[in-house]
Design a protein around this ligand. Structure first.
Ligand SMILES: C[S@@+](CC[C@H](N)C(=O)[O-])C[C@H]1O[C@@H](n2cnc3c(N)ncnc32)[C@H](O)[C@@H]1O
Length: 440
């Protein structure tokens, strides 16, 4: 482990421990201290298969897993996103369990942690490339282009055609060996990983938005060649992962039904839970992934707002819900709700609802963890309508005063290289890691 201590005037914490790469699990981060992990592993094995907002860098869950669990233990991420914790749990010979309400997140997590025999993957990829070329060269082939809102604003006509050709080719290869669902899903995730780049959406914004000023340079054939290059890169990553996965004794991953507040897990069954919940006010996950969901057929028939309501941190709230100022009963939260309410009643309710949902989520973790088990939650602070929301303090208050956890440790993990772009001054400099312990 290579680390140094630097002085830091940017915030109230005076010393930051800087670590390049892995953080040894025997190392105790000082309580209340600050750490900057310079990640080397964001694309290690299958970690880099798909972008995801507020994705962990693997070194953080790896450290927590090694520090707070043993080989063979159950490690849960109840809001697993793209599955960083799960892959790390598996690679460290733990049994990973992941839940997420977002279908894209579940698909990525599954593919990221499912080994595929390299021979089968090679022959399926060769077949896929051939089929794509055949459809591209055909003068008569009419690919199936799905209908969705503002489709022709999001994509240029030739891009629509090329994505549809790739999608049809994946379907075709799958019909030849319908049992190999894992290969089909791997192809789908690779396709999903390029959709945002070939769309007209602003590449720098987590939300899927069009901006008049941004005219991306996407030419005829670019979508196909980008897919083929990405496939070949990700195949190498998958082969490396598969050969390591073969050597693992107990490491594997399950993605059961359920969500973070209502899991189907047995009481007292989990040794360690590690997660990063959505940020309040920062990422609208269904909207972020809407283009990918349209193409992968992952959106149900109902409107997007129905899906959105179920997310922790949702911004889809009804007027009747914020007609009056809400009171949470927590001294750490109520003055903040009141201050935001004077400026923006809706935002005040969004913050209130986030912590209400998190209270239920913490209670569910209290139920499923074994006595003595830990829940490591990373949470960023926000400025909402000019009011600072110290989510770490509020969450610690809820976890200890209402749910029954003991706050064992906290530290601040600084962020560099993050996919999230949030307008200044609401930008996050890092996040707090709370280590909560269920009493014995
Ligand atoms: C910050 S992201 C997690 C990123 C993850 N740590 C990674 O490395 O990719 C938060 C996740 O919480 C999920 N989420 C929101 N509400 C949820 C709920 N009720 N149950 C399960 N997951 C939920 C979102 O879909 C999103 O994937």
């Amino acid at each position: 482990m290579d680390f140094s201590v630097t002085s830091d005037n940017q915030d109230s914490m005076s010393d930051t421990i800087e670590v390049e790469g892995d953080l040894d699990s025997s190392f105790d981060i000082p309580n209340g201290g600050s750490i900057l992990i310079i990640s080397n592993d964001q694309s290690y094995l299958t970690h880099g298969i798909h972008k995801f907002p507020a994705k962990f860098f693997p070194e953080l869950p790896r450290y927590l897993i090694r520090k707070y669990s043993e080989e063979g233990d159950y490690v849960l991420d109840p809001m697993c996103g793209s599955g960083t914790t799960l892959l790390e749990a598996m690679l460290n010979n733990r049994k990973g369990i992941g839940l997420d309400i977002d279908p894209i997140a579940r698909l990525i997590s599954k593919v990221k942690t499912t080994p595929i025999a390299s021979k089968s993957l090679k022959s399926a990829s060769d077949m896929l490339n051939e089929k794509i070329q055949e459809f591209v060269n055909s003068k008569t082939y009419q690919p199936i282009i799905p209908e969705f809102n503002y489709r022709d604003n999001w994509f240029r006509p030739f891009v629509l055609r090329e994505i549809a050709i790739i999608r049809d080719s994946i379907k075709f290869v799958h019909t030849l060996s319908p049992k190999s669902i894992k290969i089909r899903d791997f192809f789908r995730v690779v396709l999903s990983s390029i959709i945002r780049d070939v769309s007209n959406a602003d590449p720098h914004c987590t939300r899927t938005v069009l901006r008049k000023k941004i005219v991306k340079k996407i030419e005829l054939g670019d979508t196909i060649s980008r897919f083929i290059q990405t496939l070949s890169r990700q195949r190498i990553a998958m082969n490396e992962f598969t050969s390591i996965a073969r050597t693992l004794d107990v490491g594997h991953v399950l993605l059961p039904k359920g969500h973070a507040i209502q899991t189907s897990l047995d009481s007292d069954s989990i040794h360690l839970a590690v997660t990063s919940p959505p940020y309040i006010n920062a990422v609208d996950y269904p909207r972020t992934h809407q283009l990918e969901m349209y193409w992968l057929g992952l959106l149900g028939d109902g409107p997007l707002s129905h899906v959105k309501r179920k997310y922790i941190g949702t911004e889809t709230v009804y007027k009747a819900e914020y007609e009056n100022l809400r009171s949470s009963g927590y001294d750490t939260l109520d003055p903040i709700l009141a201050r935001i309410y004077t400026k923006d009643p809706r935002r005040s309710f969004i913050v209130y609802k986030f912590f209400e949902d998190m209270k239920q989520q913490l209670s569910e973790m209290m139920r499923v963890l074994k006595p003595g088990g830990r829940y490591c939650v990373t949470i960023g602070n926000n400025m909402i309508r000019g009011v600072e929301v110290r989510s770490d303090e509020i969450l610690s208050d809820i976890a200890t005063s209402s749910v029954g956890f003991k706050l064992e440790q906290t530290f601040f993990s600084k962020l560099i290289r993050h996919f999230i772009r949030i307008p200044r001054p609401e930008r996050m400099l890092g996040e707090w890691v709370l280590v909560l312990r269920k009493p014995n």
